[in-house]
Design a protein around this ligand. Structure first.
Ligand code: SF4
Length: 173
């Protein structure tokens, strides 16, 4: 088991009740099928950076290139809390020897592409990256990363699996 591939994963995809509403986003093809071959390192950025369960829903706002993370009802700005934690967490993950990461799609913390960013008028554009996903990809630009939506496509899934095995073999890092 010790020599198995290690993958980081958004914790809610494994069925952990860490979502803002106290629920999860279990993806059985990830937990049960892929989980037969890899060891997962689950991460929930919102809980790990200090937010409770349940909690207020949050969203990305303003500049899609450098968005703010804001609680929708209270308008509390959570950007610094998340970015400070993310900077520490990605350093910790260096020692895990990860071969890839599976992100929860569309999340303001975990989404790796096309996350809604709301402008001053509240109109969303799907151009953002979740704050933790952004910090992770910046720190590990060569690691294979995907989200669970895209992994439902058999071609994307096969390519992702080939890529994580290549990283494990040391073909490219
Ligand atoms: S999407 Fe990310 S931040 Fe949100 S519940 Fe899942 S792991 Fe936590």
């Amino acid at each position: 088991m010790e020599n198995r591939i290690k993958l980081g994963v958004s914790a809610c995809l494994l069925g952990e009740n860490v979502r803002y509403d106290g629920g999860h986003e279990l993806d059985r093809s990830i937990r049960d099928t892929l989980g037969g071959y890899v060891n997962f390192i689950p991460v929930c950025p919102e809980v790990e950076c200090g937010m409770p369960v349940p909690r207020e829903a949050i969203q990305l706002e303003r500049d899609p290139e450098s968005p703010r993370l804001v609680a929708i009802r209270s308008r509390k700005d959570m950007t610094k809390q998340m970015l400070d934690w993310a900077a520490t967490r990605v350093r910790e993950l260096e020692s895990e020897g990860l071969c890839g990461y599976i992100f929860k799609s569309r999340s303001p913390s975990c989404g790796m592409k096309g996350v809604k960013v709301h402008n001053e008028k509240g109109i969303p554009v799907k151009k953002g990256v979740g704050l933790f996903a952004h910090a992770f990809i910046k720190r590990f630009p060569l690691l294979p990363t995907e989200d669970e939506d895209r992994l439902h496509d058999p071609i994307v899934r096969e390519h992702f699996i080939e890529s994580i095995f290549a990283i494990k073999r040391g073909d490219h890092v």
